[in-house]
Design a protein around this ligand. Sequence first.
Ligand code: NDP
Length: 446
Amino acid sequence: MYLDNVLKMVKDKNSNEPEFLQAVYEVLTSLKPVIEKHPEFEKQALLERIAEPERLIMFRVPWVDDNGNVQVNRGFRIQFNGAIGPYKGGLRFHPSVNQSIMKFLAFEQCFKNALTGLPIGGGKGGSDFDPKGKSDMEIMRFCQSFMSELYKHIGQDVDVPAGDIGVGAREIGYMFGQYRKLRNAYEAGVLTGKGLEYGGSLARTEATGYGLIYFMREMLKANNLDIKGKTVIISGSGNVAIYACEKAQEYGAKVVAMSDSNGCIYDADGIKLDVVKQIKEVERGRIKEYANRVSGSVYKEDTDCRNIWKIKADIALPCATQNEINLEDAKTLVANGVMAVGEGANMPTNIEAIEYFLEKGVLLAPAKAANAGGVATSALEMSQNSMRYSWTFEEVDKKLDDIMTNIFKACQKSAEEYGLGTNYVAGANIAAFDKISKAMIAQGII
Ligand code: NDP
């Protein structure tokens, strides 16, 4: 009853925010057994508080393009929950960015960050700015304008942004430069994902993709399976997709397909990752180019980005964006024999598709847990900045591996405790909620 009332209240209050409602519904419904065990939550209005951001900042970002025209974008920072540490979460630059997408990402981030075991609260931000096709100078001017407002709201003990879609090392560099100029202080810990020359951490670039595969390894192991020899398809060809591919290949899997927002490539002999890196990381080009450079591979244009899920595979790794797997895609994947799905992107599987996978016994590694390696390594970057010291690649990678292994164990333990079998989706939500709710209750009604 309490849960139903809260879901209704959240729906009424945020009726024009479908992605946010989807994220809240997915988490809160999976907490049902926990809520039933704790009637005191209702008196504390705990769920109402957990579904309401602590602060939402929206601002104008004016900048001048190369033709001298003034452009105006909208900037966001959502500081969702700071109960267990400074707000932490990436910045997304993509034309689809709006308040609903920002809030869903910030909400999810709170749970993800709690799972890492590190002292970080949840936030997210970004802009509807489209970096595609912009010159380097346009990117710099945009980043400077964006930071000219954002700097008032962040700080190494307050809120620590990082990258996400459309925000990589180049953008973080420009934003850090502007922050440093405005603050007249070298506060390295204010942003993560920085270049190695000015406070970045080794292995941060690789962390989300590698972490996804470490989680997948543990999940398969717990079910007497192994990634070695498996056929894998990966959507996207950005930061998460590239490094998930690298680690999966290192573990002996055969990755046969990758994609971008225009289409997907299929290479029956296994994707040549050095070619993808050259196209995407160096040339900032389109994945289509791969088929021109690697004989025997094929490219398929794809306006709704779903062709990749028609390719037969044992393991599917959605690493592009939200809601990229719907029920129809899930049915195709299952019919083609998929045994495990690992969410590298945030909320890539819609609710019907999640339910279908679970019903069919597909092992599902949920984003909050499986892609937490990026933010965990960002927190390790913050630690190194505080210590004014750098760990080696191997040291950071080992810590990342340990964190991902512990996250899997926490999901498994919660799922077992509530008799949920291999439902790691609910397991992740319950384990994260346990930590956040205890911290919120301890701190009183604030
Ligand atoms: P990148 O910008 O590096 O890459 C994104 C990739 O996904 C690109 O190949 C892009 O294609 C594709 N893509 C983006 N939007 C769409 C769309 N609407 N339809 C189809 N394809 C799309 O981003 P990341 O790799 O950093 O992020 C990918 C996902 O992982 C996001 O959901 C992000 O929130 C999540 N994530 C990222 C973390 C990180 O550390 N980077 C940490 C945790 C989660 P194109 O080049 O054509 O735009």
